[in-house]
Design a protein around this ligand. Structure first.
Ligand code: ADP
Ligand code: MG
Length: 686
């Protein structure tokens, strides 16, 4: 593309924008309605303005050789007679602006150095020319890539993308179902026509949004269904039962009684593990519902039957925590060796461990991604457990299974999701649900505040830290971007520095290297830090019993289910947990009411239902899952029925073309490949 040199191409690639197809899928972050007219008198700093008027007092100073910066200026005067400064820097010498006709000025309002307001580098549209677009898309782009250039990229993509790469639903099915084609849907979202309902567009609720979501969900369901067929046909390790084996002894020796839900799930697994077919099961259970116990039991069940078990966690800290707990709880009585394999295990120790695993001398191994490196071989893998499975990609699981083709697979997640939806979304798996919390857990006291009345939250952080406890504080963005307004981790850390004098504060976010993140988390766990300012990355964190308070800023930006997960980080030790949800100053009444429902409810299932009712299932695919789940448009799903409909269409199509080899399946094949390449996650094994 003209205008995209190596530097811009790199910047775009870093944001996952490498092809024209990626550009198409990169929908505008927001839109500006150019049919709107703002009065100059009502403008405020930081807002986008659309002002109609005439340019006056234009002085163009073109850039001259040797001059650092030359400013050209004018006024825009609106119908009410008010005027506003507009400024351009370093214009080329041929620059011209129309001064004797009505124009539309579009840009971000800023404070002028000489006082008052101004717009720097506004767009100028000649109204008489009649070419002003109705709605202007605004994209989230890396620095150095102009909006206009990206718009041209998208327009080119819309022109030249081949039909069989746009849209997974085969054309005849799409027509029967009366769905718009993907090209038309993309066109409506990138270049919204004048008849667009702006509110629906801004809300992600147009027919075009739904069409893209359904199409993507169709591809997703196709791959789930195909996976189901494949895994049903696979033979699995049959783990023989022992009446008085280690697994049974483990349960008997626990310091507490397993909940009825835990026992029910264990019974379910027991039969399945003994059978000759491969187990492929997802265990869904709220944060703190006691999933780990089930994983430990299953691992012992494999060991006593003479097989090996591998338990994989997304972070080194979590793997370490599982390993330590296992040694503590099960170490003495159960008599099976276990080991920990992470990237930190190196040198001779690593070599020794790998040899022992390959010889089958260590029946139970805990670890991270290090478990699925090529150098690792297991003699007899009978059970593979993946904790916090939504953090892993498809190839991770495929590789874990490659360690033992017959291994029974247990995936565990705390994704709060109603049962019916879970069944639709995880069609390739059997689903077990832990729907009961261990007794005696005090709910986390939750308070909703609104900026600027957030003092109470910081006072609570100070008090908890003074009492020797630890605190989390969460912000939605890593860095302030054009829309940020202080909603970033960087801004938060600065603010905490003022609010918590003397406290040791760390920061953590997704763009840090894994080793750095681990270090911060470890410092926090071991008490070298008092507070962490972080993005939602901490939600799958470690159990830090000393953490007693969590403060979430800009809380209205999150789904309830996600806030519930975050809240689950505190109150895990003896001391009760507290959670403060701070809404932004401009958060509306409905947003606050939504947060209040969370303050009233402490059950993940209730929260999930409420979230589904209020926001639709789209949030399940939102920021929390992103990275793991490669669905880009599923966030637009408001109605769970879309998921079921996509599943039905997928089943129908697979019945006609089981291997997806026909010409009509070309789009579906391409879409599935794309999903897999980006490592889609939900429960796809093998
Ligand atoms: P999660 O499902 O979020 O992974 P964990 O397995 O980490 O939850 O369990 C949370 C805590 O509850 C742990 O400290 C665990 O020892 C404890 N626990 C698990 N089951 C029970 C039970 N039946 N009774 C009492 N405490 C339990
Ligand atoms: Mg857990």
């Amino acid at each position: 593309m003209r205008g995209v040199g190596p530097k811009r191409a790199d910047a775009l690639r870093e944001r996952g924008l490498a092809t024209l197809g990626d550009a198409l899928a990169h929908l505008p972050r927001r839109y500006l309605d150019l049919r709107r007219r703002d009065s100059i008198a009502a403008l405020r700093e930081g807002l986008d303005a659309v002002v109609e008027g005439r340019l006056e007092g234009l002085t163009i100073r073109a850039r001259r050789y040797g001059r650092f910066r030359s400013a050209s200026r004018a006024w825009i005067r609106d119908a009410a007679g008010a005027r506003l400064r507009v400024v351009w820097f370093n214009l080329p010498s041929y620059a011209e602006f129309p001064t004797d006709e009505p124009v539309l000025i579009v840009g971000r309002v800023a404070a002028a150095p000489e006082g008052g307001l101004q717009i720097v580098h506004p767009e100028v549209h000649r109204l008489a020319a009649g070419e002003t677009p109705a709605i202007r898309p605004i994209y989230a782009l890396p620095a150095g890539v102009p909006q206009r250039l990206f718009g041209e990229l998208v327009a080119a993509a819309l022109r030249c993308a081949p039909d069989d790469r746009l849209g997974a639903i085969p054309a005849e099915m799409r027509m029967r179902e009366n769905l718009p084609g993907a090209r038309a849907a993309f066109a409506r979202l990138h270049l919204p026509p004048p008849d667009t309902d702006f509110a629906a567009l801004a809300d992600g609720a147009t027919a075009a949004h739904h069409a893209l979501a359904l199409d993507e969900m169709f591809a997703f369901q196709l791959s789930l269904a195909r996976d189901r067929i494949r895994s049903r046909a696979r033979a699995g390790a049959a783990l023989e039962r022992k009446a008085d084996g280690a697994a049974a002894r483990f349960l008997a020796a626990l310091p507490f009684r397993p909940t009825a839900a835990q026992l029910k799930v264990i019974l379910e697994f027991d039969g399945e593990l003994a059978a000759t077919s491969q187990m492929n099961r997802l265990l869904l259970g709220d944060v703190g519902s006691g999933k780990t116990l089930i994983a430990f039991w299953a691992a012992l069940r494999a060991a006593e039957a003479g097989w090996q078990a591998a338990i994989m966690a997304p972070t080194e800290l979590l793997a370490e925590q599982h390993f330590r707990n296992f040694q503590q709880i099960a170490g003495g009585g159960c008599g099976y060796l276990s080991a920990l394999l992470t990237a930190s295990v190196a040198g001779a120790e690593r070599a020794r461990l790998l040899r022992a695993l390959e010889r089958g001398e260590i029946p139970i191994v805990f670890g991270t991604h290090a478990l699925i490196q090529r150098s690792v071989r297991l003699a007899r893998l009978g059970l593979a457990v993946i904790d916090e499975q939504h953090r892993f990609g498809v190839f991770d699981r495929a590789r874990l299974l490659a360690l033992g083709a017959q291994a029974n697979v247990l995936l565990m997640t705390a994704t709060p999701i109603p049962r019916s939806l879970a069944l639709a979304l995880f069609r390739n798996l059997d689903v077990s649900i832990l729907d009961e919390m261990p007794p005696g857990r005090a709910p986390v006291a939750t308070r909703v505040l609104r900026e600027p009345a957030s003092g109470e939250a910081y006072a609570a952080m100070r008090a908890e830290i003074a009492a020797g406890h630890r605190a989390y504080c969460v912000a939605p963005l890593i860095e302030d971007d054009e829309d940020g307004g202080g909603a970033s981790v960087a801004a938060l850390a600065k603010n905490l520095g003022r609010e918590l004098p003397g406290a040791r504060i760390g920061t953590m976010h997704g763009r840090m290297r894994a080793a750095e993140k681990e270090r911060v988390m470890r410092d926090f766990r071991d008490g070298r830090l008092d507070a962490i300012a972080a993005t939602t990355i901490i939600e799958v964190g470690i159990d830090v019993p000393e953490a007693t308070v969590i403060v979430v800023t800009a809380a209205e930006r999150y789904g309830l289910a996600q806030l519930h997960q975050l809240r689950g980080r505190v109150g895990r030790g003896g001391a009760p947990g507290r959670c403060f949800l701070i809404a932004s100053a401009n958060a509306g009444g409905p947003a606050l009411a939504r947060l209040e429902t969370l303050a009233r409810s402490s059950s993940g299932a209730d929260v999930a239902h409420e979230d589904l009712r209020l926001r639709g299932p789209g949030d399940l695919f939102g920021s929390r899952q992103s990275g793991a789940l490669a669905l880009s448009f599923a966030t637009f799903i408001r109605d769970p029925a879309i998921i079921t409909r996509a599943a039905d269409l997928a089943a129908e199509w697979l019945a006609r073309d089981p291997k997806l080899e026909s010409e009509a399946s070309a789009g579906a094949r391409f879409a599935i490949r794309k999903l897999l390449n980006s490592g889609f996650s939900l429960g796809d094994v093998g």
